[in-house]
Design a protein around this ligand. Structure first.
Ligand SMILES: [Zn+2]
Length: 420
């Protein structure tokens, strides 16, 4: 192993006079200038006022790319013409330090909010970006064929493609706020984040003055159907789904769960609401396999299918806990930040069965009117196990809740494997 002579590493893991040019962050301040930009770029280590760096989990790929010589180490981005396609106006919630703990409300259009600082040489990077797209989805073409949706030449064109505004959010954690939201001590949170990542960020324990962290985790994307400004108007009907990623179902159509059917039905209904003069929102969180990851998830599938008596709704949650140590690691407490960014105060229709999601949204001060579960005909047969198990565990449903033998008798497909 050799390190280039010129590439000395500056450790920022101890506070000293050296960091006097780093800008303070006054989380929750009324004005972006007073709040101060989050400087997590690495071009000038002495300007950094946050732990971690931009791009979430991709920060590690960027490092690989730089290490292999394919990516210039000191690239300074040119933000010309990158401005949001729709301006999301600052909301009252943006200056409430309790409403945002997992994203930076001033993270979009930094060249507008923090122009002065950037002109002074601070390398401020956006953590939120807003753009436009058209969605081409087979389920939506089916919904049009079945007469449940109609092209209107505006939101949905003749081909059946849907026009959306989409917003990407990188995680930006305000550590005192995260600790408060989870009801734990900040010092303890920092210590456990440090040790459970194998000591990835020493500043967590050596720089208590740094309160903001950009963790190397997945991002969130919001898809908006209709006018994004309407999300903040409680008198305009809002249909919303908050969806946690399930790559196997969402992208590949794997039939063991209801994730893609729920997502597609949410999109259909969001579009329908927008066509009636309302607005729709799908917030998509990268929290694969209940935030336990795909390897754990696939192990659980096998354990479920191989257990004595086969895959059954009665033992669905128990098997996850046996393998992972916990039924669910998603912590919906942080999820409503995305909704608060748009200034949402009232959700007329929420597509979700989860009480954890419902409780977190209501606790953040947003009113929910109707809870909508997926029509039975859209549930794949092998996913009945998950569906009935969730209902039995108290997930929201307007239908029947099975227990005892009826629950045991909800069986999934058997595993098809070579005998070892
Ligand atoms: Zn799934």
């Amino acid at each position: 192993m050799s390190m280039e002579k010129s590439s000395h590493v500056i450790l920022t893991s101890h506070k000293s006079e050296v960091y006097k040019d780093a800008l303070p962050i006054n989380w929750g301040a009324k004005d972006p200038k007073e709040r101060g930009p989050v400087v997590a770029s690495i071009s000038n280590p002495l300007h950094r006022n946050a732990i971690g760096s931009h791009s979430g989990s991709y920060t590690v790929y960027r490092a690989l790319s730089i290490a292999s010589g394919q990516f210039p180490k000191m690239h300074i981005p040119d933000f010309k013409n990158t401005e949001s396609t729709t301006i999301i106006k600052p909301q009252e919630s943006w200056t409430d330090p309790d409403k945002f703990v997992s994203i930076d409300p001033w993270g979009a259009d930094v060249n507008v909010h923090f122009k002065d600082y950037m002109e002074k040489g601070y390398d401020v990077r956006p953590s939120i970006a807003v753009t436009q797209a058209r969605l081409q989805l087979p389920e939506i073409y089916e919904a049009i064929k079945a007469g449940r949706l109609k092209p209107d030449g505006k939101l949905i064109n003749e081909k059946g493609d849907i026009k959306v505004t989409k917003v990407a959010f990188e995680p930006v954690w305000y550590l005192p706020g995260i600790a408060k939201r989870l009801g734990i001590d900040e010092g303890n949170l920092r210590k456990i984040l440090f040790s459970e990542t194998g000591g990835m960020f020493p500043e967590l324990v050596t720089r208590p003055d740094l309160k903001v962290m950009l963790p190397p985790i997945g991002s969130t994307t919001a898809y908006i159907f209709g006018n994004p400004a309407d999300l903040a108007k409680p008198e305009i009907e809002l249909t919303c789904r908050v969806h946690d990623e399930c790559n196997g179902s969402d992208v590949f159509g794997s039939d063991i769960c209801t994730c893609r059917p729920y997502l597609m039905y949410g999109i259909e209904d969001a579009a329908r609401t927008a066509q009636k003069g309302g607005v729709g929102l799908i917030a998509y969180y990268r929290k694969e396999g209940r935030a336990l990851g795909e390897v754990t998830k696939f192990l659980v599938y096998n354990a479920r299918k191989r257990q004595e008596g086969g895959d059954s709704a009665a033992t669905y949650f128990h098997r996850t806990e046996c393998v992972a140590g916990v039924e669910d690691a998603r912590f919906q407490e942080l999820m409503p930040d995305i909704l608060q960014w748009f200034g949402i105060k009232k959700i007329h229709n929420i597509h979700s069965m989860s009480n954890m999601k419902f409780d977190a949204i209501v606790k953040s001060g947003i009113e929910i009117v109707n809870r909508i579960s997926i029509p039975d005909e859209l549930i794949p047969p092998d996913a009945q196990v998950e569906m009935e198990a969730k209902k039995a565990a108290g997930y929201f449903t307007k239908g029947e809740v099975k227990s005892g033998d009826a629950l045991k008798n909800i069986k999934g497909r058997e595993i098809d494997e070579e005998k070892r």
